[in-house]
Design a protein around this ligand. Sequence first.
Ligand SMILES: [Zn+2]
Length: 137
Amino acid sequence: MNEETTATARRISSIVMIVIIVVLALSLSALYQAYDMFINEDPTMGYYLLIGFIGLALSTYMLLQTRRRMRRFTLKTPPITTTITCSKCGFKNVRDFERGDFIFKKLDSCSKCEGTMTISAIYREVKEKGKEHKIFG
Ligand SMILES: [Zn+2]
């Protein structure tokens, strides 16, 4: 369905995850260095301590940001709509796509005339695409 978007999102998140892990490892080593300096009573220990804590805060922030962005990715997916039409009276019913829906599939009888309801169309709503084209055109 939306494999391209999911693949892109997954690729971005894996790169971000590597960056987060690297920053986390660097900040942990900086903290370890600070601990080593603390034992040796080195006055520059404060810098390493600062770098370590900034790194930890940065990686945590990035992790939270990525999670939020991923949620937005899934929200943007346009919904798939199924149109059901009565073959007798032409009564139309629109609902969300359900697993197992296909065109010409026979469903329950019509609520108006007891005729058979058939799926006449399955489509994805792309209202936003027109706007995007206007911005770039
Ligand atoms: Zn009908």
